[in-house]
Design a protein around this ligand. Structure first.
Ligand SMILES: [Zn+2]
Length: 84
């Protein structure tokens, strides 16, 4: 079982980012580096704003080892219904 990051659309999160009660996982997304329960509180940005910043910074992977060889931002964003 894996879960989708609401920021970048990465679909291999090990835990659900927020459970039914809204409790965050504190997992860090291997792709965009967002930490659920931390980054959403510390900077006060919306997911969309955080995503925009990440894209403007060339979509840097938090954990480069997890990055597939033929990775596509466009394809990944489809996971969260964003069509570039
Ligand atoms: Zn992410």
């Amino acid at each position: 079982m894996s879960y989708i990051c609401p920021i970048c659309g990465y679909d291999k999160l090990e835990e659900i980012p927020y459970d039914k009660e809204g409790n965050p996982s504190y997992e860090i997304c291997s792709c965009c580096g967002f930490e659920f329960g931390y980054d959403d509180h510390s900077e006060g940005k919306t997911f969309a704003e955080y995503r925009q910043l990440w894209i403007e910074n060339d979509c840097k992977w938090f954990n480069e080892d997890e990055r597939p060889k033929n990775w596509s931002l466009k394809q990944q964003l489809v996971n969260i219904n964003i069509f570039l």
